[in-house]
Every structure is written in C-alpha cells, then in structure tokens.
Design a protein around this ligand. Sequence first.
Ligand code: 26V
Length: 813
Amino acid sequence: MTTDKKRVAEIKETIIKKLKRDFGRTLENATDEDMFQAVALSLRDMMLERLAGAELEIEEKRLKRLYYLSAEYLVGRALVNNMISLDLLDEYKAVMQDIGYPFDRLENEEFEAGLGNGGLGRLAACFLDSLSTLNLPVVGHGIRYEYGIFRQRIVNGEQVEEPDDWTQKGDVWEVERREEQVEIRFEGDVEENWTENGLNIIHRNYQAVMAVPYDMPIIGYKSHMPATLRLWKAECPAAFDLHSFNKGDYMCMLKQRELAETISKVLYPEDDHIAGQMLRLKQYYFLASAAMQSMVRDHKKRYGDIRTLPDKAVVQINDTHPALAIPELMRLLMDEEHMGWDDAYGIVSRIFNYTNHTVMREALEAWPEQLFKSLLPRIYAIISAISERFNQKLWQAFPGDWDRISHMSVIAYDEVRMANLCLAVCGKVNGVSQLHGNILKTRTFRDFYVVFPEKFTAVTNGITMRRWLAVSNPKLTALIKDCIGDGFLIDHTELQRLKPYTEKKRFLEEYAQIKAENKKRLADYVKRTQGAVINPDSLFDVQAKRLHEYKRQLLKVLHILHLFNRLTQDGSFEMPVPVTFLFAAKASPGYGKAKDIIRLINAVAELVNTHPAAKDKISVVFLENYNVSLAEVLIPAADLSEQISTAGREASGTGNMKFMLNGALTIGTMDGANIEILEQVGKENIFIFGASAQEIANMETGHIYRPKALFDSDKNIRDAVSRLTDGTLSAGDSRRFEGIYNSLLYGDYDSADKYFVLYDFEAYGAAFETALSVYAGQSDWMKKAALNTACAGFFSAERAVEEYNRKIWRLRE
Ligand code: 26V
C-alpha cells in the first residue's frame, strides 16, 4: 500500500476530533455508528470544501450548467466510493488499521440510499458520478423519499415487502438548505385578467406545500467539481400552521400537515405500469416545480436577466416523470417573469431534452384529463395551449389526417400524455442503446420521426468504472493497475490495453484466482445472510434484475426444469460441470404474474436442491433483496451473465455491462446493449441466441406465433412446461402455477406467450450447452472472461456522458 503518511495522520486527527466534538466520544468508547458518522463526516467536509470551490468556478467562468431531472436515484452506499474518488482509500484503510477498527465493519454500518427501482435510477446515479469526474457542472434534482425501494424478504417462497427506513439514523452525506425552500401550489381556481401590462394570472384557494432542499455532494474520481444531488422534501408551510391554529382548528392543521408530508413519503415501487394515482402526479409536479423554481432563482441571482437562461442552463428529463418541468417553466416565465407566450416558448424549447427508457406501452405515462385539471389547473391550461399549437403544426404535416394527429396530440381522448409533451417541446429525444434509438424512430414514435427527424438520437448507456470495478472488485482492480496503470479508472479508452495480457498464462491464472476468491466471497455472504450453501467450484450463472415478463426469468426457469428432467430421467445425461443458478429480483408489489414467477423460482429451488439425482449437479438459489450493495458482491462472482429479454424489449440494460466488466460471459439475445457488447467483444466471446427484434416484430404483426403448436411438437418443451401443473412443484397442488402455464399456452387476457419464451427455448438450450462445454475447458473460458473485461471500456459512463455533451448539452464550450 502506498500511503501518504502525513495525510494518514491528518485523517486520524480529524476523526478523533469529530468523535469528540460531534458525539462526545473517544476512540475507546465510540460505537460503530459513531465511528461511521465520524469517518463519513470527515469525507463530507472535504467534498463540501470542493463544492464551494466549484460554485466559485461556475460563477467566475460563467459556466453553463446541466439540470438533470429524475424521479429516481439509486445511489447505493457512498463511503468507499467517496474515499476512492478523493483518492484516499489507502489512507483511510491505514487509519483504520492503526486504530484497530475493522474496515468492513465501517462499510456495513452504512444504509444504502435506494431511491430508485432499477436501471433508470441507477443510470442517474452513474451519470452524476461521471459528470463530476469530467468536471462538468450539474445539479441533479430528485425527491427525498423517506422510504426508498422496499426491502424484500422471501417467506415460504414468496416475496414479502418491508419498508426501507433509510434515513432512520439521519443521512450523513446531506446538507439541509432550508433557506432555499420554495412553495408548490396544488388545486384551486385560476383567474385570468387582462391588464395594461398584459395577462395577469391569479391562482386562488390553492393548497401550498413547501419543498425543502437537501443537497448531497456526489464526487467523481479525482474531481474538483462535485455534482450536487438536490433532493426535495415536502413539508407543511409554517404560515399555514399559524393560520389554522389561530382559527383553533388544531386537528385540521395536523391533518393538512400529514397530507403535505405524504408527498415525499415513499418511492412508488412500480416500474411496469402506470396507475393513475393522484399522489404520484403530485410527486412529479412537486419535483418539477421545485427544480424549475430553483433553476430560475439560481440564474437570476447569478446573471440578473432571465432571457439568457438557455445560454447558461440545459435540462435533461430522465424518462417522462419530470416532464411537468416543461409547462412549469412556461408558467414561471409568463406568470412570474411576465414574458409573452412566444418569448417564453422560445426559451423553453431551447432548454429541454428527453431520454426515453422503455418501449413498453404500459409504462408510457398518460394522466386522466379531469384529475390532472383539478390538481394542476394552471399547468393544465398551459399544456392545453401547447397541445393546440402543436396540433396546428401537425395539421401542416398531415393535413386532414385526424387519426394520426389525435394519436400524436398531447391531450386527446381525455388523457394528458407525457411522452407526447416531451416530443412536442424538447430539442433532443434520445434512446439508450443503438437498437432502442432505432425502435423509437421506426416504431414507438414513428409519426413524430417523420415530422421532426432532427430531434432523434441515441446514446448508449454506460456505468461508472469506480463503483462497478474499483469499489466492487478491488482485487481485479489491483491486477489491472499492475498491468496498465490506473488510467482506465477515468479514461475509457485505456482498458483495451489489457488485451495483450489475455494471451499470458500468468495473467490468466491470477485472473482466475480472483474470480475464485470473488465466488468464495459471495458464497460466504449468502451463507451469512440467508443460510444457503452454494458450491464455489460450480459455474455461477446469474440473472439479476427487476422481475418482469419481458426479461424472461421464466425462460431460465423452464430451462432448469428441462435440465432437471434430463438428470432424473436420462441415465446417460451428464453435466460437464456443476452449475449454481442464482436469481435476484424484486417484483412490483402489485404485479401478480411477477410474484408468481418468484414463487416458481423458489419452488424449483426446493425441488432441485433436494433431489438426489440433481442436487450435486445443479442448484438454484434466490437471493433476497437485490439492491446496489448486493450487486456489488454478486456481479464480480458471476461466470455467466443472463441477458435473455425478448428482443426489442430491453431498452439497453446496464447490468449486462457490469457483468461484462467483471469478467462474466454473456448469454443473451440480440437486444438493447447486448448487441453492442457483441460488437465490442466479438462473437467468439459471447453466447448469442434467439429471435431478433425484427423476427419478433414480424411474428407480432402477422399474428402467426402458436406456442401451443411448439408444445405439442417439441418433447423437451412439453416435459418442462408440464412440470408447472403435474404437481411436482407444489406438493400436489397442481393449480399453483396454472396461471403461468395457461398464459404460455393459451394466453390469459392477451395473446399466448406474449414474450416468446417457448419460441426461444431450444435456441437458449443450445447456447447454454455451448457455454457449459467452453467452461469445462477452463483456460479458454478465462481468456474469454478477461477479454470481456478488456473490451468493456466503451461502456464507461464517461463515454456516455461525453456523447450527451457533444450531441445535446454542450457544456464547457
Ligand atoms: C416506468 C414507470 C411507469 C410507472 C411509473 C414509474 C415508472 C418507473 C419506471 C418506468 C420504466 C422503467 C424505466 C427503466 O428503468 N428502464 C430501464 O432503463 C435503463 C436505463 O436506461 C435501461 O438500461 C433498461 O433497459 C430499461 O428497462
């Protein structure tokens, strides 16, 4: 370890001082929590100091700033990441060793900030880290949910949700900025008065809620410009308390307070469909309005003139959830800054950009018009005006084609459609992989592409190399540093310099050794946390992601049942190596089918893990509570990465990139970023199978897919699928998985096997067999694994962020 001795002494000193002054403790009697807080605060001080410096630089150089708006940020634990970013990890380790306090105890004391559901939220967190790494000025705006994504427990094979009280002990990283609170107004009546100064809008009888910002500094690698993650908490206005109290309406006051505070109470755990809840809409407007008020205030304070806003600010909307920022900025410019429509619209149309993250129709947000109008009367009026003007524009492009126009309209058929609002107003609209970008142009938003081809672009997602390598896989990071230095942690083109090493025996042995140690680390973790025993000498096949039908956990389950059938019925069948199938996934609490699939995975686990003819060859483990911290242990231990979505459905995937970076080979479909992984690593080093997006689309439009026919003609499929209902899995209760069975063969509400599980079944089996046989010849496998690491540089979030900057944001020009 090369440590700076002076720094070590200083850090130790600071920690001792913090313990004394903030907690009245010494090294001898500090609790684990005191220790964690003192260490974290010592880091926070350094970050805040840099933040102050960054503000000064932005001021002096009059830098343009990015406002990243997202309803979700899946940040995870921050302690070690911050140490690495400040380039002080070794120093902190030395201090803890000197004090005699185990470093991992410190790490485990931290609650993770799980303010997101999955890919979209984690991407936002990776991007803030990378923006800061590139010293690009950014504020990320989000909601300070009191409860993040639920904790998942598996009880009797089923998912049980528990609240995630992550701020229980206070969040050490954040700084409350009460003086910068803003007021958000809901409901009420809007009066329009024409005066000699133009239109005057009066909003009466509204419900006011205060938004109080909490700033979390996010520091990138060796950065001098930390990002600010500004999370807004909803509170009841103080004035309101007084007012009610004077009237003596004490109970009413408390009730109002509770209603106000509900807004930032909990993250909605759905990412599969949009139910039109009022509270969710309230959350989204709360975020949008707070962010826009704060942006406008910031700009005016700095530059005085609101008209220069587009030169100094650019907004990225992370999916449609924050899209109300568009009409909200119109409102601020017109009602508060007294600009006319055209001037205001001129500004707004130059500032906003929108990233789409899904092509699943169910997830496209549309709000019931009446609900929207009563909750947000002024915003509704503005959107109506945008919609009307937009329709006129469309009329020029498609004269007389009312069908098409109403399909593209922002408001139509009693709905307010958020994606259409973004497409109407935003400068750029981007997909998150090349395939996804093309699908947006040719299918999802085809009509818009005809009229506004210049708006459309695609930026393939990326991940931060610090969290997904340096934090999660310190041993591999050290090995890579030994070979090519540490430039790869910041420069995405560097990692490929590792390629020549994949020819060297010694390197591959060390690489294999590290993989083995990471597998052992996972096995220990699983033993400790859920008591399950897994064999570290087996192949670790991992599927970790949200549970969704399109992600096809079911395909993997059916394949396991197929292997089980062969092991128990075909005496000549041998597995070349034992395999542990690991699943990790949360299901939306209201998504019944997804929960059934979790139940099924656990039933298959029980069957397989106890059967004498199967248990030493294959085993199945469902890992509870998949979150960022678990991913950090799980991903470095994987041999095979399952990326088997129905082609055309997974917008990009970012887990796929994390697995690749950590030396897992991908078994996957030609979907999302898998296609680009194939391009980077070459077809020899990945196992691709299944129908292409085009083939799937053709089957869908032609209505020609007949899963029942496949079932009838293919014995392997029939035998695997029949296990669902023959009583093997459910202690005689043959109805337990009947729903899944029926939806595969007959369809329930819609078409049978909507996600083409049975269609791809044989192809998947063949690809898996190839993977197994390559794995059985270990040395070739390790070379392929190491090549995956060496080719992962393209998926660095710095590459992605640079591309956004070049195509969209244009910061630091
Ligand atoms: C939809 C909804 C609809 C209900 C309201 C809440 C909500 C939240 C999220 C979503 C859509 C899922 C968005 C998402 O996480 N998409 C994922 O984004 C990743 C980053 O771009 C990408 O890698 C994944 O392929 C994509 O599924």
